[in-house]
Design a protein around this ligand. Structure first.
Ligand SMILES: [Zn+2]
Length: 407
């Protein structure tokens, strides 16, 4: 749990969206950071007196409710959301009409954790808070919090809402797989930067290839209490697994595999377990889910080289999220040369790194560093002589890493 706060900061969106989406109620939404969420439904409802509504295809209604200060912003949100909601609805074809309410309000201070319940008659709710820390630029040519909300978080959550009741609690991988897949397709259609950022956070291909995730994915269940640095990889792995199922199904002559699979799931008329889904996919499209997702050596190398380039670019410009490059080094087991090993050492001792970056650097380093490398780096690099020599022995250094930030 040591990493949770920093982690929430980096992956705020992912944590937000999956906190209450499953089972409990898909029409409660909010932000989960630290502490028990406060119910702010009344506050949003009281402040948001202005209403802008759009009727979309297929019985979808979108209402944006705004406070007095955010009316112009709310109108823009409505325009941006119309195609997003339409496409999400089209992809997930459903029978009943659906009313979506989005609150847009300006609050300077909100609790770290809060929740909002959908008003009477609404099937889905999402609060967009326009606080001072967030830009309200909705051009979305680059990544911003509001653009991420519109183009990736809302489609993700709405997918859970529309698919509500299809899966039992233990079938998280398929539930999140659908939500991430739809969010990725919608994001990619309307604002690729938001969708790419999410890919770089959840690292789909790397996550599904990573053995500890592969071993647990089909029985993974989401829990805020156990959310840690690796939890976000389960979202990526779920997304990738569904994507590979669909790609393989297409190759086997099912061009519209997404709709075929969803229709087959709906035809069961009951909530399905993870095993039910695995069986259904085997029967419907002849695919063994457990065998998918291993990266071949060529692709592994390609991803690794891209991560190295990205790392060097971010290092030169002294900015950039660094996360995806460090995570690639941590979760793919290819060899690194001495210069990269010493960069990782730098990251471990870099006081500006948050605990997540430090954790990833340690993980990447400990899986590679041998006694010989330790001796070589200690004697041949400036960093080695300033840091490694303090430890005297390789064993003492490994003990330090373990204690400081391995988990
Ligand atoms: Zn989710």
């Amino acid at each position: 749990m040591k990493f949770v706060c920093k982690f929430v900061f980096l992956f705020f969106a992912v944590l937000t969206l999956c906190s209450w989406a499953q089972g409990q109620s898909a029409i409660v939404m909010g932000r989960l950071n630290t502490g028990f969420p406060r119910n702010l439904t009344k506050m949003f409802e009281t402040e948001c007196k202005h209403s802008y509504t759009a009727k979309l295809d297929d019985g979808l209604t979108l209402e944006v409710k705004s406070d007095t200060n955010s009316r112009d912003f709310a109108k823009k949100v409505l325009e941006k959301l119309k195609p997003v909601i339409s496409l999400t609805g089209q992809m997930l074809k459903r029978e009943a009409p659906l009313k979506i309410v989005i609150y847009v309000a300006k609050f300077d201070r909100l609790p770290e954790s809060y929740q909002v319940t959908a008003p009477t008659g609404a099937d889905f709710v999402y609060p967009i808070v326009n606080d001072r820390s967030e830009e309200i630029d909705l051009s979305c040519v680059r990544v911003t919090k509001h653009c991420e909300t519109i183009y990736t978080n809302i489609p993700h959550e709405l997918t859970h809402r529309i698919n509500d009741g299809l899966f039992l609690e233990g079938a998280t991988w398929i539930s999140e797989g659908f939500a991430e897949y739809v969010s990725s397709e919608v994001g990619h259609t309307f604002s690729p930067p938001q969708s790419i950022k999410r890919q770089m956070e959840t690292l789909p291909e790397i996550s599904l290839n990573y053995n500890p995730i592969r071993a647990n994915l089909l029985s993974w269940t989401y829990s805020p209490a156990t959310f840690n640095a690796e939890s976000v990889l389960y979202y990526g792995a779920s997304h990738q697994l569904l994507r590979e199922i669909l790609t393989k199904a297409k190759k086997r002559g099912k061009p519209d595999a997404f709709k075929t699979l969803l229709a087959a799931i709906r035809r069961q008329n009951r909530s399905l377990s993870s095993n039910d889904i695995v069986t259904l996919i085997r029967n419907e499209v002849g695919i063994d889910v457990g065998k998918l997702g291993r990266l071949d050596e060529r692709r592994k190398l390609e991803i690794f080289e891209q991560a190295k380039d990205l790392y060097l670019r971010e290092r030169r410009s002294n900015k950039g999220p660094k996360y995806s490059a460090l995570a690639t080094f941590a979760y793919l087991d290819l060899a690194l040369t001495d210069d990269f090993l010493s960069f990782l050492l730098e990251e471990v001792f870099n006081k500006n790194n948050n605990s997540l970056f430090q954790h990833l650097s340690v993980k990447a380093l400990t899986s590679r560093l041998e006694l010989n490398d330790f001796n070589r780096l200690a004697s041949s690099t400036t960093l080695g002589s300033s840091h490694l020599k303090k430890f005297r022995t390789f064993g003492a250094f490994k003990t330090y890493l373990k204690a400081c930030c391995e988990n």
